[in-house]
Write a protein that binds this ligand. Structure first.
Ligand SMILES: C[S@@+](CC[C@H](N)C(=O)[O-])C[C@H]1O[C@@H](n2cnc3c(N)ncnc32)[C@H](O)[C@@H]1O
Length: 341
């Protein structure tokens, strides 16, 4: 989306900000998802009374809510007081190839944004004042962790599905996905190149879920991967020749990122390589989506999005040399390849 398009949207938003759908849209999407309405509807046409029963809702209130969803083109009313999802509404259901089910329903992030002015005053993520550090909270709260992991899976398959095909994996044998979440990105890489083996590295709380989940994307690749639980700020096992970090560095400050990169550098062989996948800010593009993600990182995690020179500085500080930057087609993300030499 370019700057004039964004300006048009902002102007229309300001016109409609009072008593209109745009004023309440994020909350409508979050609550619709929290009630599980899109998944309860699936492909079926369901009478409103039955939907109220299945979702545990007050029927007259749900009927008014659905009238709003119909006005937003998310559901369609059928004869006999029944509803079904429209094509747009299907994107709220789990399993749609471009689903935003979990991207529009992160309750804790929505609460943290309510206090974002604190971030502007203190420079600290507002998330911390409500819940403590982002990843400590996800580790301690199983519901928040599960929702976050599902959001990460949904986001990776929507935002960088072509990652495996832009990297030349010839020089790699074992790929460790650091902060690899539920393993969906690693599974895509292993499926792309049958020679590769993988190590999924993440916090214990994440690995204990991901490694034993029969529905995990890695479960269809037995014998080709192992799981390793730990803290990448403390130690990274030396069991891979390639490190992958997708949407990881943007969670952390420059100091924390250098510490993490130093640990990666220590654990890689001299002929190994590091692959960083991030939105890369560019000075000339005032509407790059990294700008919005950067605000999200500022409010939620205390991290930031970065430009190529900023990545280069972090890599040098940790002993790496930036080798190349590969834009991922049909994506706003790029792969930054670095060598420990
Ligand atoms: C933004 S998510 C990215 C997930 C995945 N790489 C992707 O692209 O969808 C960051 C990941 O880093 C993990 N993480 C956070 N702190 C960590 C730590 N200290 N050690 C290891 N993993 C950590 C989180 O649990 C989470 O899975």
């Amino acid at each position: 989306m370019n700057s004039p398009q964004i300006a048009t949207i902002v102007n229309e938003y300001l016109e409609l900000a009072d008593d209109s759908c745009v004023a309440i849209l994020p909350d409508v999407l979050r609550v619709t998802n929290a009630l599980g309405l899109p998944d309860l509807l699936g492909d079926a046409t369901v009478p409103v009374g039955e939907l109220a029963c299945r979702a545990g809702c007050h029927e007259p209130s749900l009927r008014r809510w659905l009238r709003g969803l119909a006005a937003l083109d998310l559901v369609h009313y059928e004869p006999d007081d029944a509803v079904r999802l429209t094509a747009t509404g299907q994107r709220l259901a789990v399993g749609h190839p471009r689903s935003v089910r979990f991207s529009t329903s992160q309750h804790d992030s929505a609460v943290a944004w309510l206090g974002a002015e604190d971030t502007l005053r203190t420079g600290q993520p507002a998330f911390n004042s409500v819940y403590g550090h982002f990843f400590d909270h996800k580790s301690c709260d199983p519901k928040a962790r599960q929702a976050f992991l599902r959001r990460m899976r949904e986001r990776a398959s929507r935002l960088y599905p072509r990652l495996p095909s832009v990297v030349d994996w010839c020089g790699s044998r074992v790929v460790m996905d650091l902060g690899g979440g539920d393993g969906s990105v690693l599974a895509a890489v292993l499926r792309h190149d049958q020679r590769l083996r993988g190590v999924l590295f993440d916090l214990f709380s994440v690995i204990s879920l991901a490694a034993h989940d029969p529905a995990s994307p890695l479960s269809s690749l037995p014998g080709r991967w192992s799981a390793s639980a730990g803290d990448f700020f403390v130690d990274i096992p030396a069991s891979a020749d390639t490190h992958l970090m997708c949407s990881v560095l943007h969670d952390w400050s420059d100091e924390e990122s250098v510490q993490l990169l130093r640990n990666s550098h220590r654990s890689l062989p001299p002929d190994g390589r590091l692959l960083i996948v991030e939105l890369v800010l560019s000075d000339g593009d005032g509407s790059h989506p990294g700008i919005w993600s950067d605000l999200g990182m500022m409010v939620l995690t205390g991290g930031r999005e970065r430009s190529v020179p900023e990545f280069d500085a972090l890599l040098r500080a940790a002993g790496f040399t930036l080798v190349k930057v590969i834009p991922i087609p049909d994506s706003d993300f790029s792969v930054l390849e670095a060598s420990p030499a």
